[in-house]
Design a protein around this ligand. Sequence first.
Ligand code: ADP
Length: 763
Amino acid sequence: MTPASLPLRWIAAVLLLVVFPLTLWWVGASAQDAAFRDLRERGAAKLDLYRFSLQGELQKFEVLPRILAEEAEVVQLVRDGDRQGRSARVSRFLERFNDIAGASDTYVMDRTGLTLAASNWNSPSPFVGERFAFRPYFQQALDGQAGRYHALGTTSQRRGYYFSYPISHHGEIVGVAAVKVAAERLEELLAHEPAKVIVTDAPGVIFLSTSPQWVFRTLRPLDQEAHAQLRASRQYGDGELRPLRILHEEYRARGTRLMTIQEPGASEPKPDGVDRAVTYLVQTTQVPYAGWIVHLLTDIQPVRSQVITQVVLVGVLMAVFVFALGFVYQRRVILLERIEFQRRAREASEESEANTRSLIRNTRAGLVTTAADGSVAFINPTAQDLFGTDSERVTGTPFRELLVPECRGEFDAWLQRARRAPEQLRDPLECEALHAGGSRFPVELAVSHMELKGVGRFLVTIHDLTERKRAEEALRRAHGELEERVRLRTSDLTEANRRLQEEIAERRRAEEILRQAQDELVQAGKLAAIGQMSAGITHELNQPLAAIRAYTDNARVLLERQRPEDAVSNLGHILELTDRMAQITAHLKSFARKSSGRAVPVALGEVIDRALQLLSSHTKLERFQIQREKPAAGEVWVLGDALRLEQVALNILKNAMDALAASEQRIIRIRIERKGGRGVLRVRDSGSGIAPEQLPNVFDPFFTTKDVNEGLGLGLSISMGIVREFGGTIRARNPLGGGCEFTIELPLAETGHGAATAREGTA
Ligand code: ADP
């Protein structure tokens, strides 16, 4: 925005919002004033004219009844009545008289108001024989005065103005002569122009009008009294005197009176009634002679049109003025902007040139421009420093001579390519340059083609690579060292890895051997146990064998004696005994078998049951008081192998029984419970316990305090191996209160698993 534009905008705003509307309003108001003034002046002149015309016209007829009253024949007629065809003669005389005078009707009445002769004797409704005594003009004449009256004719039903005069004979009034002037004749005086002219009486009833529909309408509603009077005098006949529909009435300055009137005759009130309403300028003048008021009603529509036309014209002129102003203003703004733009462009160009110069001078890259033939045209200070030379010495010499001889051929080819396809971006050229002092240094050259003042040139950018090369070399060295270090470290690691692999393999082998040894130990333990048990088992098996033998012998004798029933009973006993033997051997077999080693849910109660069952084959369990505490919440299931856990339980119970051999009181308490996520089995005996110094050794293999025939010292070590295999622990201690307690803990199996197979112990 230019500084001048602000006041200009304000001026435009004030013009548009204040000055122009005010001007238009003023133009409208004064145009209207002028138009009304013109109308008023013309109207006043016309009204004067109508007043004089009407009065003059009426006065012409005023003398006529007076002339008739002097006529002898007329006097005789009213004095003596109709004798010898006098009425007809007088009527014919009146007819001629009427014609000559231009009146509507001429007639004479006797004292009673009875018409004796009339000019219209020959018309369809003659006055002769009618009585007009009720008319005021008749009364006025009887009173000896010249009468004047306007009314609607009762016989003719035509409006007219009546003049009357008394007919006297020797000073006595004997009759009345009357002349009627037709209203139409008077209306003709008014009907010269487009404006409406109406004539009203004092109460406002329209008697004459240039529009026939307006006749006998009133300007304002009549009061009751006026109505009654009119009806009595029958001045305007029997018809209804309805007021005009005046929609609006307004008085303005300088006597301007406006009235909006619904056109009478249009069936009112109709929706389109308003359309038929016209606004008039109303002017009036009095005609005192007749007691009339003449109204001139001029339609003001032309005034409105005139005003609108003037306002529109002025509005258009103002709009043209505004547009012209706007146009000039825009031209001026554009001009100013153009000047401003040129100034800025000049500044920018100057600034850019200065920038370029300072850039070239201060850049850290060496810049050289060469002519098309490759000779140096310009060299910036950085490049001068690089090559150890100055501008005067090198300007005009070929650029290639600043390079070492080996590089010049390559440079020429590279420049050739740039010349052939200047628009292509090309890779920078790395080569060696010559310092004026004779030393060489690595550089990187980049070239771009440019037009300077219409002449093609090359801009060569030179970067000193000395630092970069040094850094690259350092990097390369560091990289090499690192690689060597990694290589050495990797070979160490490979060796360590190989050794580790070997160790692992060895460890595996040892584990395998250990496992085998353990398995064998377990097996040995079992076999040892079987060996120990064999004496007992032999006894267990021998007893039933002896019994079977006895039963068999008995059976044979009974059969020989023909007692087969008894023999059958014996055979039954034999069967029972063989069953028992089969049970014993089955246990032994399952005990001796190698187990699978897979962990499955096992019920601890069942393990104890089976162990006790096995023991019962060679031990008299009733010698012991075995107390079992059942777990509170049902069977305790642990993860393990049933056979192997049975073996553990067997070992521990067997040791307890051995420990109790010499005791008076032989109590073995077995408790199964849950603790944390584990199942716990405690076996406590009331024996003498383990000597404290031996306590750490009891789980060692071949540790025993028993005779060679009684113990191998493998039971607890095998048991420990089994329990550990399933992720459990086994501990021995001498509890307070004496004896010895073994505690085995094993991971619980998922609750409810295998619960269907749970069995109660048989202790
Ligand atoms: P063995 O029973 O063949 O001796 P074990 O390994 O089963 O081998 O037992 C090792 C030793 O631990 C036994 O010789 C015994 O001294 C001791 N021992 C085991 N259980 C008990 C116990 N309940 N009371 C006293 N000593 C026990």
